[in-house]
Design a protein around this ligand. Sequence first.
Ligand code: ATR
Length: 275
Amino acid sequence: MRLFLIGYPLGHSMSPFIHGLFLNQIERKGTYELKELSPDHFDEHITILKQSNFDGFNITIPYKVDILPFLDAIDPQAKAIGAVNTVVIQDGHWTGYNTDGQGYVQSLKYHYPHLFHASSRLLILGAGGASRGIVHALNDQCCASITISNRTVEKAAAIIESLPKKKTYHAISFSEAEATLDQFDAIINTTSLGMEPHVKTQAIHLDRIKQGAVVSDIVYKPFNTALLTEAKLKGAHIHHGHEMLVYQAALAFKLWTGHDVDVRPVIQAFEEKLK
Ligand code: ATR
């Protein structure tokens, strides 16, 4: 199994570690290479990769949209999201998928299945690429309403426009979110606020949080973000962001190999590295 990841910069990517553990689980030999591609020669790099002998790859920031013109086929949900994080290669034919949102949803559902009941109301903070994937995945599987709050409210409204309509939707500002926080059963941060090195920042404060609400943050460095720290102090349930990375990787691995893997020991090993 020959796999790789493209992105720029790649830094200390955890994906080789995660996929290495998955390969061990299915007792398969394989490689997962890091290919940091500079943006000024992106097209040439991809053209070369198209001629080489790999089984699949992942795409991370900033190429999840740039890869689209190089695909031979695209999964309908990835098309609706407008971004691809996984490519399966078969006989030189590239098919694009997006496992980010589904990965996030699987992790949230594992810990908090009650949020997927028809009556729950979710608040998503952020309206970038990560938010778009998560909102599309949630839209298929849960809840009474989805509210998206963003610094730029028009971007939240644009995500709502892109959804097949199945429930109630709102696009609101961060101050409106803070003022109406007691209406939500879960608050999900998809912004980059709180990520190293800006560890003290958070999109909203949680003074009006509803008792028993879940606060989830897709930022996993630091492991306990400012938002999650405040959530703990307020007695909320919390959900850590590193699990999304492992679940989305497991879904990509299944697309490449056909094998289901056990994510729990991999999450445990990842957590030990983060703490
Ligand atoms: P990703 O692919 O990780 O989602 P992105 O598409 O760049 O990254 O989206 C980043 C998100 O974080 C956006 O919701 C962005 O808000 P805007 O849409 O208003 O730009 C949010 N974000 C980033 N920096 C921010 C800041 N300093 N204050 C508020 N929101 C911020």
